[in-house]
Design a protein around this ligand. Structure first.
Ligand SMILES: Cc1ncc(COP(=O)(O)O)c(C=O)c1O
Length: 388
């Protein structure tokens, strides 16, 4: 079978190849501790599940959904944006439901990117930014996120001729994989940069609520003028432990939402209404479940940061996301270090290079196991300390 070039030239999806190695160990009977993929381990809160059970039994939710999403869901999303960050959006024209933000990230370039247009993508970054760009015929241009810049891109370093061909950019703070955060000043600089160079901004805010130590992540759209140049995507996946449900939404610039909606209307037929009904429950009920989960992740983070330090791996505690971005020893690289952890300690960590060349020198640990398993992982690392 001869595949289309657009998939022939794709690198293997990172997590798929890690899954293969992990499965091979499990088949051999190894008790693997998976701190690799960013998938919440605790269940979806009961009030959301109960709401889905009711909604799925109701025949009015069984037909094709509307392309842009149930108006009631879009209203709930707009109200949530108002309640959580004081942002005002018109549910009819400035909110679009998505089948998860991965779908949104993959499809948004189709609305704005012509063949040959450049899209700025963070490196390291969520792989779908570059892949979605390529599928639309665009050309991804890496913005390296380096420790010395607090894992923020350096706009000054992007050559003028690149900027002339740039149509769109992706940003993601709180950030996967580095756990870094951006302040309002950075978003202000981004708006200025985007206006100066006529660039559309897509801010992927998938980890907006996963915050610790009293930190609150600002929204890109809080900044004056951001609404003229961008949209933001919020995901229910990590906030409400709903990764399997496939629900997210985009908010922001009217014209961008309209263009994005046109693409989706021609590709998918929207999110199952029952899932959107459960999403309304998640967005409009008490947000206690979110802060409870954050306490759980914060404790896990503290245990892992301390444990890693005890085996000689110094990691700064992250203020947001459930990722620890851990520098690997100088004598090795991210692939070999991840391999060592997997093969000799049965621990899955994601090699930083899988998120782009600038991720070399790091591995990512996801805080997706209970404290006793994290302690067990640290004990196993301690046993192979001489090799770390
Ligand atoms: C930065 C980032 N964006 C988007 C996604 C996709 O999330 P969703 O489950 O909403 O598709 C992920 C998932 O890991 C992510 O890390």
């Amino acid at each position: 079978m001869k595949y289309a070039e657009r998939i022939e030239t794709l690198p293997p999806y990172l997590f798929a190849s890690i899954d293969e190695s992990k499965q091979a160990l499990i088949d051999k009977g190894v008790d693997v501790i998976d701190l690799g993929v960013g998938d919440p381990d605790r269940p979806t809160p009961k009030h959301i599940v109960d709401s889905m059970v009711q909604a799925v039994a109701d025949p009015k939710n069984h037909q094709y959904p509307s392309y842009t999403g149930l108006l009631a869901f879009r209203e709930a999303a707009a109200k949530w944006c108002k309640d959580t960050r004081g942002l005002d959006f018109d549910p009819k024209t400035q909110v679009l439901s998505l089948i998860g933000s991965k779908e949104g990230v993959a499809h948004v370039p189709f609305a704005f990117v012509n063949p040959g247009d450049i899209v700025l993508c963070p490196n390291p970054g969520y792989p779908v930014y570059a892949i979605g760009t390529k599928f639309a015929g665009g050309v991804p241009y890496d913005m390296p996120l380096r420790a010395e810049n607090d894992f923020l891109p350096d706009y000054e370093a992007i050559p003028k001729d690149v900027l002339q061909k740039t149509k769109m950019m992706f940003l993601n703070y709180p950030n996967n994989p580095t756990g870094a955060v951006a302040d309002k000043k950075f978003f202000e600089e981004t708006v200025e940069f985007a206006k100066e160079n006529d660039i559309l901004v897509v801010h992927d805010n998938a980890y907006s609520e996963m915050v610790y130590d009293g930190y609150k992540a600002p929204s890109f759209l809080e900044v004056d003028g951001a609404i003229d140049v961008g949209i933001e995507m919020y995901s229910m996946s990590k906030t409400y432990n709903m990764t399997g449900w496939r629900l997210a939404f985009a908010v922001g610039n009217k014209e961008m939402i309209a263009g994005f909606g046109k693409v989706k209307a021609n590709i998918d037929s929207g999110v199952f209404d029952a899932v959107q009904r459960a999403g309304i429950t998640a967005l409009t009920s008490s947000q206690q479940c979110v802060s409870d989960m954050n306490k759980v992740y914060q404790e896990r983070r503290d245990v892992l940061v301390k444990g890693l330090a005890s085996v000689g791996l110094e990691v700064k505690p992250n203020k947001a996301t459930f990722y620890l971005w851990c520098p690997v020893p100088e004598s090795t690289n991210s692939m070999d270090f991840a391999k060592l952890l997997l093969e000799e300690a049965g621990i899955v960590a994601t090699p930083g290079v899988g998120f782009g060349s600038a991720g070399e020198g790091f591995v990512r640990f996801a805080l997706t196991k209970e404290v006793d398993r994290i302690n067990e992982a640290v004990a196993r690392m301690d046993k192979i300390r001489s090799k770390i």
